[in-house]
Write a protein that binds this ligand. Structure first.
Ligand SMILES: Nc1ncnc2c1ncn2[C@@H]1O[C@H](COP(=O)(O)OP(=O)(O)OP(=O)(O)O)[C@@H](O)[C@H]1O
Ligand SMILES: [Mg+2]
Length: 250
């Protein structure tokens, strides 16, 4: 069989969607049962090995479920047309708070210390600088997925003990921007032109092998384009990055 014959062609995204949906059911069973056993009374009777193994099964199961969700979101957004957008007035600060809380909750390294603003856990701080009255006409679900991905990256590609992340929303008259700034790994100039390509991940000594598909930024780019906007990045290796989504006011 030639190399070409072995290629799986999936122009409509059906295979990706089918595989993702088929994986969801067994994964939710693995995660559901492992969670049920972990929260069951008497689990202290487990041997330390069994308890550790169960925790690891649960943790990895949740990571896999997250990866499957990322595939489904990418598949959906990349194939969506402008006509399919469900535009509504989205209050930006409330959305940013919601995404920040979710990002902190799934950050393994963080330990809750306070629920005061900004959303905080020891290790990761997400500051939100945005007027309460700033709203944007956008597809809420897609904008939320975009912001979640930006925060996911800001936390993931960051090995600082204390991770400071700043989310800023601003009105420029004819457009609205949302930026996420981190002080993490940063990106080498030669990698910047490729990071928005699907399945592209920078693999080097500094960031190492990290969980993910390399699809988050491709999804963000497509999401911005669907709204008639853009995404751009300013980054300094070792100092951090600022990713900015700019969407025109309709
Ligand atoms: N905030 C950031 N700081 C440093 N590097 C980043 C940042 N955001 C993205 N990158 C680099 O760009 C690459 C592509 O990012 P992208 O979000 O598309 O993929 P991923 O995070 O690796 O996987 P996924 O988003 O599918 O979980 C990353 O692998 C990483 O090398
Ligand atoms: Mg990502």
């Amino acid at each position: 069989m030639s190399e070409q014959d072995k290629t799986i062609k999936d122009p409509s995204g059906k295979i990706l969607s089918l595989v993702s949906h088929k994986l969801k059911t067994p994964l939710s069973i693995i995660n559901g049962y492992s969670e049920a056993i972990l929260s069951q009374a008497g689990k202290e009777k487990f041997s330390p090995f069994a308890a550790k193994a169960l925790e690891e099964i649960n943790k990895q199961g949740l990571k896999m479920a997250e990866l499957v969700d990322k595939l489904l979101t990418y598949n959906k957004v990349s194939r969506m047309s402008v006509k399919e957008l469900k535009r509504e007035a989205v209050p930006l600060k409330a959305l940013a708070k919601e995404c920040a809380s979710a990002a902190i909750a799934k950050d393994d390294d963080s330990v809750a210390v306070s629920s005061a603003e900004p959303t905080a856990k020891r290790g990761t701080y997400i500051e939100i600088d945005c007027s309460e009255s700033l709203t944007i006409q956008a597809d809420r679900e897609i904008l939320k997925a975009m912001l979640e991905e930006m925060l996911d990256n800001a936390i993931k590609f960051n090995n600082k003990m204390e991770k400071i992340i700043k989310v800023q929303g601003a009105n420029h008259g004819d457009s609205i921007s949302i930026s996420v700034r981190d002080y993490g790994a940063g990106i080498r100039p030669q990698d910047v032109p490729h990071i928005f390509d699907p399945f592209y991940q920078v693999d080097d000594y500094f960031t190492g092998q990290i969980n993910g598909w390399g699809l988050g930024l491709a999804m963000i780019k497509r999401g911005a384009e669907l709204h008639g906007g853009t995404v751009n990045v300013v980054s300094d290796r070792g100092l951090g990055s600022i990713f900015t989504i700019t969407l025109p006011i309709q």
